[in-house]
Design a binder for this molecule. Structure first.
Ligand SMILES: NC(=O)c1ccc[n+]([C@@H]2O[C@H](COP(=O)([O-])OP(=O)(O)OC[C@H]3O[C@@H](n4cnc5c(N)ncnc54)[C@H](OP(=O)(O)O)[C@@H]3O)[C@@H](O)[C@H]2O)c1
Length: 302
């Protein structure tokens, strides 16, 4: 690991608050792209690898927010953001906060009101790729909120991926996010359930993926599931880049968004129930593929 930034020209300072797998990827990418980067996390040790590169770690969230004109928040959810910002006092006043945790449109609108009351600009956003794809020019990041704020900081946001502006209505980015994630989870569940079904006849996930992925899967999810097939066969679901607990949050957001928007909730509820069952079976720290363990078992009589 190097403590030298790449040859990129110096870019505006940025703060990242929240260093789960996603926040770590964002902070590392911003640093590598030439932004002077400051970080804060509840568990400070998670910044050790960033500090070794030259990233600045602060002891308080107020100090972190004060260090840059723009703070990127990547915490578990909106409630965590409010909890963390209770300690920031007036530090954010006159600055820009970009919130990238997932949630529901109502939560995003409430957060925009909360920011306005405290005197800082607020963009709500969502990340449409897993941590290893942060920084790729085609990796989609969704944003909604004031257009002038988005335009002013577009170049900084482009350091993390492809910034797509969806309009001034603050809930629009998370609405798109939950809609796109619903496609992903429904597709993943169909694939995992089908793999469990052929698995009951002794066909391995690798063998099935070779045919199934080429037959149906589109370009992004297909290659990912083909790479994951050996892990399905080995029951290996490492959660280091995102846990089933984190995915449960996303499934809850899809269910609550369906409620908020006044559409049918049975399908998201079922996906939520299946993921909850996998967590109850001890897979909360595993990645999403651990729902395969639920699909491999016969349904228990109620
Ligand atoms: N990972 C992915 O593949 C992925 C993809 C797209 C979007 N996202 C979104 O990105 C956001 C972050 O996800 P993630 O995978 O990085 O991990 P996560 O488990 O959802 O969030 C972890 C972060 O939240 C902090 N946190 C949780 N409870 C806290 C509390 N009570 N007080 C202070 N901090 C608290 C953690 O601090 P500690 O380190 O101290 O626990 C850590 O910084 C989520 O909204 C997720 O939906 C993730």
């Amino acid at each position: 690991m190097t403590n030298q930034q790449s040859a990129s020209p110096q870019r505006p300072p940025v703060t990242v608050v929240g260093l789960g797998p996603m926040g770590l990827a964002l902070a590392e990418t911003l640093w590598d792209r030439g932004h002077t980067t400051t970080v804060w996390n509840r568990t400070p040790d998670k910044a050790d690898s960033l500090v070794a590169k030259g990233v600045h770690r602060t002891e308080s969230v107020a100090e972190a927010v004060s260090a840059s004109p723009v703070t990127i928040m990547c915490l578990k959810d909106y409630e965590t953001m409010y909890e963390v910002f209770d300690f920031a006092g007036d530090a954010a006043k006159g600055r820009v906060l970009v919130n990238l945790n997932s949630g529901t449109p109502k939560e995003a609108r409430r957060a925009a009101g909360w920011a306005a009351e405290r005197g800082f600009s607020y963009l709500d956003g969502a990340i449409m790729v897993p941590p290893p794809l942060v920084g790729h020019p085609e990796s989609v990041f969704l944003y909604s909120g004031p257009q002038d704020v988005f335009d002013e900081h577009r170049t900084t946001l482009a350091s993390m991926g492809d910034p797509r502006y969806l309009g001034s209505e603050p809930g629009r980015a998370v609405l798109y996010n939950t809609a796109l994630l619903e496609i992903m989870y429904a597709t993943m569940n169909g694939y995992l359930h089908a793999t469990a079904m052929v698995g009951s006849a002794g066909i391995s996930a690798v063998e099935f993926a070779e045919l199934a992925v080429g037959w149906f899967m589109p370009t992004v999810l297909g290659p990912m599931l083909a790479d994951d097939a050996p892990d399905l066969d080995n029951g290996n679901y490492p959660g280091d880049l995102g846990t089933l607990e984190m995915n449960l949050n996303a499934l809850e957001h899809i269910t609550r968004t369906a409620e908020e928007q006044g559409v049918h909730t049975d399908q998201p509820r079922l996906m939520l129930e299946i993921a909850s069952r996998a967590i109850a079976d001890g897979h909360g720290g595993s990645n999403y593929l651990a729902v395969f363990e639920v699909f491999k078992k016969a349904t228990q009589a109620p």
